[in-house]
Design a protein around this ligand. Structure first.
Ligand code: PLP
Length: 395
């Protein structure tokens, strides 16, 4: 009766949101489930951000704004890029959207034609392939396993680029692996990309600030300034300032591309919520040290979790450089439990150990699962206790 579009039939609902929903349903039914599937900080939005949002309402900032965002926020984004990344942008090179996801969707809609190839290093953030499919493009994966810290090499990139490649995604530090590309690794990728001028580079810097590696943050625009006119930097306030619900993301890139993305936004969502824009303005211009508390807590949990998981028979994970995720290889545990896949093992963990995790298949890396440590250390300890018990139990 309802003959839906080929477009929507080509994609799946977000698997990470589906896990959170299943865990919530079990909880509502009275089960004591620990949800480690979530992709958002457990911290509250900073007080000064909330105050700014309330003040925006009282000041009457409750109407449409410019499609591409209020100029003050765009200027704050420009200042952020200068301050944190040494990158220079003009107002016409910035677009504010309703979350980082929306920025990415605008980019894909503005840049890709049906049949164009999008290179996606795997493990990847769940939405890149499905968003590419939604606009008719063809996702192509470059696989990077645990032995290469889940990062692609320059020679892999070189081999993967074809005449049809129009876009490469980079996401560092990465959701789901937590690893970040070094400056030298990005330079090597840039050397390859110089040979292929048809390829646009989307650097998703959503976790820029949640980083504890020895090296400070770098993206490809910072290490290869000559490629800047082929790079779109995508980011937002969701993770850095614990503002997932406010829905503000932003993109910086070449003027014609940003103008095209703005045109799409003007015919789809119009401006992102006015009140959220004032909140994001406060976040970007306010005291940046609020991030330190969060990052320190994430690092402490990360250190505990990586160590504890490596002690569980059948699990193996490497220390990450940032984010609030760790990605464990569970091939041996899948075998030991007689499960057919990571998906089945995650179902067993949910039903038997009452711990919700996202299977690696959702990120293009079967044989793994993702742990989010956006929860208290005590919660993590209890989750580890349950998983250890499950792993060491006779089948
Ligand atoms: N990019 C990555 C790598 C993410 O992990 C996320 C959120 O999970 C996003 C983008 C989207 O963020 P937002 O909630 O602002 O849409």
């Amino acid at each position: 009766k309802y003959q839906l579009s080929d477009r929507v039939n080509a994609i799946q609902p977000s698997p990470t949101l589906a896990v959170s929903q299943k865990a919530a349903e079990l909880k509502a039914a009275g089960h004591d489930v620990i949800g480690l599937g979530v992709g958002e900080p457990d911290f509250d939005t900073p007080e000064f951000v909330k105050v700014a949002a309330k003040a925006a309402i009282d000041a009457g900032h409750t109407k449409y704004t410019a499609v591409d965002g209020i100029p003050q926020l765009k200027q704050a984004v420009i200042n952020k890029f200068k301050r944190d990344n040494g990158l220079d942008y003009e107002l016409s090179e910035i677009l504010i959207s309703a979350g980082g996801k929306h920025s990415i969707f605008n980019l894909l809609s503005a840049w890709l034609n049906p049949g164009d190839e999008v290179l996606i290093p795997a493990p990847y953030w769940v939405s890149y392939p499905d968003m590419s499919l939604l606009v008719g493009a063809v996702p192509k994966f470059i696989e990077a396993g645990i032995e290469q810290r889940y990062k692609i090499t320059a020679s892999q990139l070189d081999q993967a680029i074809t005449d049809k490649t129009r876009l490469l995604f980079l996401n560092s530090p990465s959701n789901p692996t937590g690893t970040a590309y070094t400056k030298a690794e990005l330079e090597a990728l840039a050397d390859v990309l110089r040979k292929h001028p048809q390829v646009l580079i989307a650097t998703d810097d959503m976790y820029e600030h949640i980083l504890w590696s020895d090296e400070s943050f770098h993206n490809i625009a910072m290490v290869a300034p000559d490629l800047k006119d082929r790079i779109v930097v995508l980011s937002g306030v969701s993770k850095a300032y614990a503002m997932t619900g406010w829905r503000i993301g932003y993109a910086a890139g070449p003027k014609p591309l940003i103008a095209a993305m703005k045109k799409i936004q003007s015919q789809s969502t119009s401006n992102p919520a006015s009140i959220s824009q004032y909140a994001a303005l406060a976040a970007l211009e306010g005291d940046q040290s609020i991030m330190t508390t969060m990052v320190n807590a994430f690092k402490e949990r990360h250190d505990y979790l990586v160590d504890a998981l490596n002690k569980i028979p059948g699990m193996k994970c490497i220390a990450g450089d940032g984010t609030f995720y760790t990605f464990a290889n569970i091939d041996s545990l899948i075998n030991a439990k007689g499960a057919s896949s990571d998906v089945e093992l995650c179902e067993m963990l949910l039903n038997e150990a009452k711990v919700a995790l996202v299977p690696g298949s959702a990120f293009g890396a079967p044989g793994h699962c993702r742990f989010s440590f956006a929860c208290s250390l005590d919660t993590l300890k209890e989750a580890v206790r349950r998983i250890s018990e499950f792993a060491s139990k006779e089948n």
